[in-house]
Design a protein around this ligand. Structure first.
Ligand SMILES: *[C@@H]1O[C@H](CO)[C@@H](O)[C@H](O)[C@H]1NC(C)=O
Ligand SMILES: *[C@@H]1O[C@H](CO)[C@@H](O)[C@H](O)[C@H]1NC(C)=O
Ligand SMILES: *[C@@H]1O[C@H](CO)[C@@H](O)[C@H](O)[C@H]1NC(C)=O
Ligand SMILES: *[C@@H]1O[C@H](CO)[C@@H](O)[C@H](O)[C@H]1NC(C)=O
Ligand SMILES: CC(=O)N[C@H]1CO[C@H](CO)[C@@H](O)[C@@H]1O
Length: 540
């Protein structure tokens, strides 16, 4: 059933003779079943990713402006400055446009300039890409997608395209909030303020902002946030937020669990920081790419972006170009001054959710494994605060360990010795980077109060700390925190953390990793104290 299938059309066969072929033999292992041939007139919205003119230059610039020891620290790039590195080379644009126009197609340039878009009926997409678009259904959710098990690109455009989507990659976005649990203990905004020294004083910098990403038709509802605020943050005058809709994302309705959690613990924690809920209508990688394109197209992208959704990294094993494209988008945002935060996942060492592990090996999550995001793990308890068992952490199989975390991660691995040898990738990017509380958050969902847990709670909490620190920095005429990792891992920042040294994250039939002094793959460097972060940021 999963053998390669080709539709060779005479018109294109000459160039296909030299084409490299791509196959994805394992769509079914990710919970998708083939429903049969797609209707020939159904639309495939194709995105052609274009390479950056100078990716190495962009990376070097990002490391320079994010290194507290550099004279260029905080000198983030404007849109046009960043695009000098990230815009595609002219010859790539020309080659791809020529190829498309030879096929009577005109593509629209995406907002970030790094992609071309064209909507094609299935029969035409099949001809163009030597593909066989088939209808697949995600078993658990019933979501239907069009994918092909193989496709080809003619030689003349191969090196000019970084990815083509959707083709062989199919994966389901994993939501991080776990089901409401009945529990005597509750995490409220006041608990987090006390625990992390987060001020209740309203932020005042008019240009400050914090974006909360929403996928999977999750709804954030203003009046519900206000009702929770009346009870738990009566000192906030008019808690509110804006909604932007991308790809026809939902903008009204009763609140749902994940979005309510994410919006409650930004609006009611980052007091008076302007918050925007970005509701993205496409619930797969395409939605993530589109949000990046949207944000990169803004003259002033957000200072903080928090996302509590993600993927199992192995879903990208055969489609690393797609993972790289998303990760490079986060590099582009970072160089403009955005702190990109992701929850690490809720399955301990088994990945996004508690689940079985392919080959019994530990499972990394994505985008947490991308070196340009700050991944936030979870903790529980107050005294002591410990790593919570569901907090995902580990090592990427796609992204190598970035230099900023080399020494911190190497120390952990040295202490770990041969334990779990072969179950994780010793050279991969280690995650999470930091942690925050992740259990029993009081949330208003559709008018009712629930206790909700997950690293989904941790990322908005940490995002609020960063946004409030940015407020102080903006008012002092200083640069915002931007890409956090080089700063957080620099030895000088050690004082900002509460080092979490107990807890472990079981999965894959093991006890998982254990928290320990310094960095560990369950709580990262630890939880962040706002006052100490501010003292450190002020000293830069
Ligand atoms: C395309 O895939 C469908 C299954 O979706 C299969 O029935 C059909 O034979 C394939 N077409 C070709 C030309 O291989
Ligand atoms: C493009 O359009 C021309 C003129 O209508 C036609 O002759 C040619 O076959 C078309 N090519 C493709 C690839 O559709
Ligand atoms: C918000 O939710 C309430 C119920 O909790 C509902 O009555 C109201 O219409 C919702 N608001 C919007 C804008 O959908
Ligand atoms: C381990 O990670 C590196 C990237 O750091 C990657 O090249 C390699 O393929 C990974 N090994 C496995 C077994 O996945
Ligand atoms: C203050 C409070 O209610 N503490 C409770 C938190 O939950 C633990 C475990 O369920 C109880 O033992 C505490 O009494």
């Amino acid at each position: 059933m999963l053998s390669a299938a080709f539709v060779i059309l005479s018109l294109l066969s000459a160039s296909l003779a030299t084409a490299v072929q791509r196959r994805a033999p394992d769509v079914s292992t990710r919970g998708f079943v083939a429903l049969g041939q797609a209707s020939q007139e159904a639309t495939v919205p194709l995105t052609f990713g274009l390479p950056m003119a100078d990716r190495d230059g962009l990376h070097a610039t990002l490391m320079d402006v994010s290194d507290p020891a550099s004279p260029n620290y905080g000198k983030y790039l404007s849109k046009s400055e960043a695009e000098k590195f990230s815009a595609p080379p002219a010859e790539s644009v020309t080659a791809v446009k020529d190829w498309l126009s030879k096929n009577n197609l005109t593509a629209v340039v995406g907002k970030s300039g790094n992609s071309l878009r064209v909507n094609l009926p299935v029969h035409q997409a099949n001809a163009l890409l030597n593909a066989n678009y088939t209808k697949y259904e995600h078993k658990a959710t019933g979501t239907q997608v069009l994918r092909t098990l193989s496709y080809s690109l003619p030689a003349e455009v191969q090196q000019h395209l970084s990815y083509v989507y959707p083709t062989t990659h199919a994966s389901k976005v994993q939501e991080r909030a776990s089901v409401p649990a009945s529990c005597a203990n509750q995490t409220t905004p006041a608990c987090l303020q006390a625990l992390y020294n987060i001020p209740a004083t309203p932020a005042t910098a008019p240009t400050n902002n914090l974006y909360v990403a929403g996928y999977l038709d999750e709804i954030a509802n203003v009046s519900e946030v206000q009702a929770l605020g009346t009870r738990y943050r009566p000192d906030i005058t008019n808690p509110t937020f804006k909604i932007v809709s991308i790809d026809n994302g939902v903008t009204s309705g009763k609140g749902t669990v994940e979005a309510s959690l994410d919006i409650d613990y930004t609006v009611l924690l980052a007091t008076d920081v302007p918050v925007t809920f970005a509701s993205v209508g496409l619930a797969s990688v395409d939605g993530f790419l589109d949000l990046n394109n949207y944000l990169l197209g803004l003259d002033d992208p957000p200072y903080v972006l928090t996302t509590s959704y993600g993927f199992y990294e192995y879903a990208f094993n055969n489609d690393q170009d797609i993972a790289n494209a998303l990760c490079d988008g986060y590099m582009q945002l970072s160089v403009r001054g955005t702190s990109v935060l992701y929850s690490s996942g809720d399955g301990g060492v088994s990945g996004a959710q508690s689940s079985s592990c392919p080959d019994n090996k530990f499972v990394a999550t994505f985008p947490s494994g991308c070196p340009y995001v700050t991944s936030v793990g979870g903790t529980t308890g107050i005294s002591p605060e410990v790593g919570v068992d569901f907090s995902s952490g580990g090592f990427s199989n796609i992204f190598p360990r970035p230099s900023y975390q080399d020494s911190a991660v190497q120390s952990y691995l040295t202490n770990l010795g041969s334990t779990y040898s072969g179950l994780y990738n010793t050279s991969g990017r280690g995650f999470p980077d930091v942690a925050a509380q992740g259990t029993n958050f009081v949330v208003n969902v559709a008018g009712q109060l629930f206790l909700v847990g997950g690293t989904s709670a941790s990322s908005p909490t940490f995002a609020s700390i960063v946004a409030l620190a940015n407020d102080h920095l903006l008012n002092a005429g200083k640069p915002v925190l931007g890409f956090l990792n080089p700063l957080l891992y620099s030895g000088d920042a050690a004082a900002v953390f509460n080092d979490i040294t107990s807890g472990n994250n079981p999965g894959c039939g093991t006890d998982g990793f254990s928290a320990s002094t310094g960095w560990d793959p369950i709580t990262g460097l630890g939880t962040v104290d706002f006052e100490r972060l501010l003292t450190y940021a002020d000293s830069l």
